[in-house]
Design a binder for this molecule. Structure first.
Ligand SMILES: CC(C)(COP(=O)(O)OP(=O)(O)OC[C@H]1O[C@@H](n2cnc3c(N)ncnc32)[C@H](O)[C@@H]1OP(=O)(O)O)[C@@H](O)C(=O)NCCC(=O)NCCS
Length: 179
């Protein structure tokens, strides 16, 4: 059984990055990210239309963290503290053995290996700290960048399709001892 508790927020670090908790001071960056047509292209979500949408999103996210329902990090460059994207683990199974991963980068920070670095750290956290057995990723079948990222970490394309949207492929990564 996985050990899920985010009450002491898990700040994660890697060579270039600090993954920290979201706060209301991030409202402008969250608005930019969630209203960006290019970023939203392959995501099945309602785009942010106003800054109030971003504020209520931040409040919902932090409430979910408080209730140990999900965990959501702002990805920042450690050197400059710039907000470059987000990554999250959500929709834990009832037995807490599997969880879904989601991620996005501001367009100008794509193509630099930032998500590769962030996802590696989050996968390790999910398997070694949360002790989940399986990570799922739902990604649009035309989302080449996301598919390439998942392939890099040996996610496997499932033969099941997303019941709610058949454009989405489901990828899974199972825990093995040598991860
Ligand atoms: C999915 C997404 C995060 C992938 O971003 P990305 O920039 O392609 O991924 P990375 O940050 O890992 O960067 C990898 C790229 O940087 C290059 N790169 C440059 N420097 C690098 C470094 N030091 N280390 C690793 N890769 C590096 C790689 O070669 C690769 O480029 P390529 O795809 O042309 O080969 C991004 O496309 C995105 O935010 N999309 C919108 C949101 C979205 O669709 N999310 C998916 C939800 S399921």
């Amino acid at each position: 059984m996985a050990d899920i508790n985010f009450n002491s927020f898990p700040i994660l670090t890697s060579e270039r990055l600090t993954l920290r908790q979201l706060s209301l001071t991030d409202q402008q960056d969250i608005f930019s990210l969630r209203s960006d047509k290019e970023i939203n292209q392959y995501l099945d979500r309602k785009p942010a239309e106003t800054i109030e949408d971003a504020i209520s999103f931040i409040n919902v996210i932090n409430e979910n963290i408080k209730n140990n329902n999900s965990v959501y990090w702002v990805i920042t460059l450690t050197e400059t503290r710039e907000f470059v994207g987000t990554i999250c683990l959500f929709d834990f199974s009832n037995d807490k053995n599997s969880v879904e991963i989601g991620y996005e980068l501001i367009t100008r920070f794509q193509g630099q290996g930032i998500m590769t670095e962030a996802i590696e750290r989050v996968i390790d956290y999910a398997f070694t700290t949360l002790k989940v057995q399986k990570i799922l990723a739902y990604t649009h079948h035309r989302n080449q960048h996301s598919t390439k990222l998942l392939a890099k970490f040996n996610f496997i394309l499932s033969n099941k399709t997303d019941q709610q949207n058949s454009d989405f492929n489901i990828f899974t990564l199972a825990y093995t001892e040598n991860k």
